[in-house]
Design a protein around this ligand. Structure first.
Ligand code: NDP
Length: 244
C-alpha cells in the first residue's frame, strides 16, 4: 500500500470558510476524513458541512479567541471522538508599508497567523497525540523570502516556519509536522488589504499568475496520506511562472 488510509480520521481545518481552507475540507473529505470546519463566517462553513455530509461539523471559532477554540476542541472530542489532523490555515495578508498607520494591520496578522496557529495547536495537542496525528501549518513563500511591503506578513510566516521546525523535533514521531509554503493562490486573501496601493499591486500580480486553492488542497491531502514511516516536513509550491 502506498498511502496512509485516512478513512475515518478526523481533520480539523481553521479558516475553512473560503479559499485554501474550504478546498482542503473538500479534499480531505473526499479522502474519507470526517472534517471539522472552523471559521468566523458560520453560514459559509455550515453550507460546506451540509455539502460534504459524512458527519462534517461546522464550528464557529475565531483563532484569536482561545475560549472559542477550547469550545471547538470540546465539540470535536464529544461529537467526532477527537482530532487526528489539524490544518492551521486561518490567516490574513494585510500588505502595506511598515508605518504607524499600519500598526493595527501588523498586530492583527501576528494575532491571527502566528498566535492563532499556536493557540489552536496547543488546544488540540492532546487529541493529536492520542493515536498518531498530523499537524499541517500553512505558511507561505513569504516564510522563506521577504520584500518591501510585506514585513508584517513575512514576520508571521517566518515565525511559523521556525515554530514548526522546533515542533517537528519536539512532537515527531507522535505527531507529524508539515509546513506548506504556497506562492500566489487565487482566493479572497487580497480582498482584505487596507493599503490601496498594496491592494492594487497584489491584485494585479494575482491576476497574472495565481494557482487555485484546489491545487494547494491536493498537496495537503497528499502529505497527510503518506505512510506514517515518512513525513513531508516542508513543501514549497509556486505558480510555474512566479519568479520570487
Ligand atoms: P482566504 O481569505 O480565502 O481565507 C482565509 C481564511 O482564514 C478564511 O476562511 C477566514 O475565515 C479565516 N480567518 C481569518 N481570520 C480568522 C480568525 N481570526 N479566526 C478564524 N478564521 C479566520 O485566503 P486563503 O485561502 O488564501 O488563506 C489561507 C491561508 O493560506 C492563510 O494562512 C494565508 O496566509 C495562506 N497563504 C495564502 C496564499 C495565497 O496566495 N492565497 C499564499 C500563501 C499562503 P473567516 O473570515 O470566516 O473567519
Amino acid at each position: 500500500m502506498s498511502s496512509n488510509d485516512t478513512t475515518g480520521r478526523v481533520a480539523v481545518i481553521t479558516g475553512a470558510s473560503s479559499g485554501i481552507g474550504a478546498a482542503t475540507g473538500r479534499a480531505l473529505a473526499a479522502d474519507g476524513c470526517c472534517v471539522a470546519l472552523l471559521a468566523r463566517r458560520t453560514g459559509r462553513i455550515q453550507a460546506l458541512a451540509d455539502e460534504l455530509g459524512n458527519g462534517a461539523l461546522a464550528i464557529s471559532a475565531d483563532v484569536t479567541d482561545r475560549d472559542s477554540l477550547v469550545a471547538a476542541a470540546q465539540r470535536v472530542k464529544d461529537e467526532l471522538g477527537g482530532a487526528d489532523v489539524l490544518v492551521n490555515n486561518a490567516g490574513i495578508m494585510l500588505l502595506g508599508p511598515f508605518t504607524s498607520e499600519q500598526r493595527e494591520d501588523s498586530r492583527r496578522m501576528v494575532e491571527t497567523n502566528l498566535l492563532g496557529a499556536m493557540t489552536a495547536t496547543e488546544v488540540f495537542l492532546d487529541q493529536l497525540k492520542d493515536g498518531g496525528g498530523d499537524l499541517v501549518n500553512i505558511s507561505s513563500v513569504a516564510g522563506r523570502t521577504a520584500r518591501a511591503g510585506n514585513a508584517g506578513y513575512a514576520a508571521t510566516k517566518w515565525g511559523m516556519n521556525g515554530w514548526s521546525e522546533a515542533l517537528r523535533q519536539e512532537l515527531q514521531p507522535d505527531i507529524r509536522v508539515t509546513v506548506v509554503e504556497p506562492g500566489a493562490v487565487a482566493t479572497e486573501l487580497t480582498d482584505h488589504i487596507t493599503d490601496p496601493a498594496a491592494k492594487r499591486g497584489a491584485e494585479q500580480l494575482y491576476e497574472q499568475l495565481a494557482i487555485t486553492a484546489d491545487d494547494v488542497a491536493d498537496v495537503i491531502a497528499f502529505a497527510v496520506t503518506r505512510p506514517r514511516r515518512m513525513t513531508l516536513n516542508e513543501i514549497l509550491l509556486r505558480p510555474t511562472n512566479q519568479p520570487g
